[in-house]
Design a protein around this ligand. Structure first.
Ligand SMILES: NC(=O)c1ccc[n+]([C@@H]2O[C@H](COP(=O)([O-])OP(=O)(O)OC[C@H]3O[C@@H](n4cnc5c(N)ncnc54)[C@H](O)[C@@H]3O)[C@@H](O)[C@H]2O)c1
Length: 420
């Protein structure tokens, strides 16, 4: 199996959490990194021996040694950088949100088709083993048809350090753009992909943060399946505290969250400096603490997605510490899914590994891609519909939805377990 020659553009906080897992994958040959900030390039090239540091997207595109690019620059650049890389013949994984307008997503779909390269959009929590296993159980029919899905998250997303663009909705800032894709991708995966309509509401409850920090939405699929999503990022309560096995190393404790919120209200925070601590080489660089909070096998945690409850005609499923709790006509049981985890230590809980695995299969092994540009566009359409529905106080009917084919993850060995 030959590895893909891989490069990263945007070597910030998101990249710092993703690159260590990728670098350990046999499917990946990490050859380059690109960032306009020399300190980020220096941190990257000194940690990953033999890699090149590029100062611009143009320079990266000229690098003939790069076959695939992971775009992790700020949201407003996703379209521009993905298109530049595709036009240079490179395959792309683009961070969520895929883009900030549907027009941008349309162009990305068009270019991926025209250039004949693979664009994967959907580095979201839908890719966790727990959600993918629930999808396989739904497709197997063991619990009957899926009828209702509910996802709810309480996090401290709004009080974590933020750059100016993350607080500007016109640049894809705020919690709906940044966290909506996790819940909507998961909902769409489990419900089959084809949403009919969205009725959403957003909330801006903290004057010091002029972007939505809360959203909720009711979504209906074309077959009548329903879903609700909710994310409250104000940090008065975080979901991990409901689960005794979850010890968050990176998140702030109660007292720290209250202090950070007070500082946001009264001034006194240097958020640029705080955020840089989460980037490569910083005090909170995930590569330094990864072993503490994401040792393999990793237990389920709510992360920024929250618990997912899936009601089917003849049973119900939800993640448990090591797998899934399933209630059906035979009673309640726990399916241990640890055997499905890859050996690489991935602080994201396996998402980064899963999307790269999908890219490698598509590019090197010639298999079908599933989190395509069209899939990502459909998720973005629903993200934008939550925002628009909230502004216009009405239901938004969607037009660019695509289905998740039943053969996604068809080789996941879960059937035998279910039969037990
Ligand atoms: N913060 C996270 O934990 C996290 C996790 C997963 C995904 N993401 C995604 O990653 C993306 C970036 O977020 P972040 O939090 O890492 O931000 P960040 O500010 O920490 O990192 C962005 C990096 O991009 C670089 N950059 C900016 N413009 C550039 C350009 N024109 N060319 C090359 N490099 C450029 C910046 O110098 C910076 O190093 C977002 O789309 C976000 O949704 C973030």
């Amino acid at each position: 199996m030959r590895p893909l020659k891989f490069a990263f553009i945007g070597l910030g906080q998101g990249a710092a959490g993703t690159i260590p897992a990728l670098a350990a994958m046999p499917e990946v040959d990490l050859v380059a990194g690109c960032d306009i900030n020399p300190a980020m390039r220096e941190g990257f090239t000194s940690r990953y021996a033999g890699t090149k540091g590029h100062a611009s997207i143009e320079e990266l595109c000229r690098d003939q040694n790069v076959e695939a690019v992971w775009v992790a620059t700020p949201n407003r650049f996703h379209c521009e950088h993905a298109i530049a890389a595709m036009r240079a013949g490179k395959h792309v994984i683009v961070e969520k949100p895929m883009a900030i307008t549907l027009e941008e997503a349309d162009r990305m779909v068009e270019v991926s088709q025209k250039e004949g390269v693979v664009l994967l959009a959907g580095h979201t929590r839908s890719l966790s083993i727990w959600n993918r296993a629930m999808r396989r159980i739904i497709v197997s029919g063991a619990l009957g048809a899926v009828r209702a899905i509910h996802i709810w998250a309480y996090t401290d997303w709004m009080i974590r350090p933020r750059t100016a663009d993350e607080l500007d909705p016109k640049q894809g800032g705020g919690i709906v753009f940044r966290q909506g894709p996790h819940q909507i991708d998961t909902l769409r995966l489990l419900g089959g992909g084809m949403l009919r309509s969205v009725r959403g509401m957003t909330g801006r409850w903290l004057e010091a943060r002029p972007v939505p920090g809360y959203f909720t939405a009711f979504m209906e699929f074309t077959d009548g399946t329903v879903g609700t999503i909710m994310h409250n990022g104000y940090g008065y309560f975080v979901m991990g505290s409901l689960y005794p096995w979850v010890v968050e190393k990176r998140d702030y404790d109660d007292a720290k969250r209250a202090q950070l919120r007070r500082e946001l209200i009264h001034g006194g925070r240097n958020e640029d400096e705080e955020k840089s601590e989460f980037r490569v080489g910083g005090k909170n660089d995930p590569a330094k603490s990864a072993a503490q909070y994401a040792a393999v096998p990793y237990p389920w945690k709510p992360f920024d997605l929250g618990p997912v409850e899936v009601a089917c005609e003849r049973g119900i499923m939800r993640p448990s510490q090591w797998g899934l709790e399933i209630g059906d006509d035979n009673g309640s049981r726990d399916l241990d899914l640890r055997y499905l985890q890859r050996p690489e230590n991935d602080p994201s809980g396996g998402l980064s590994l899963a999307i790269v695995e999908e890219l490698h299969r598509a590019v090197v092994q010639g298999k079908r891609a599933f989190h395509t540009a069209e899939w990502g566009r459909a998720t973005l359409e629903a993200v934008l519909a939550v925002i628009r529905s909230a502004e216009e106080h009405r239901e938004i009917v969607l037009e660019r939805q695509v289905a998740m084919p039943d053969d996604y993850d068809a080789d996941m060995p879960i059937g035998e377990l279910l039969a037990k």
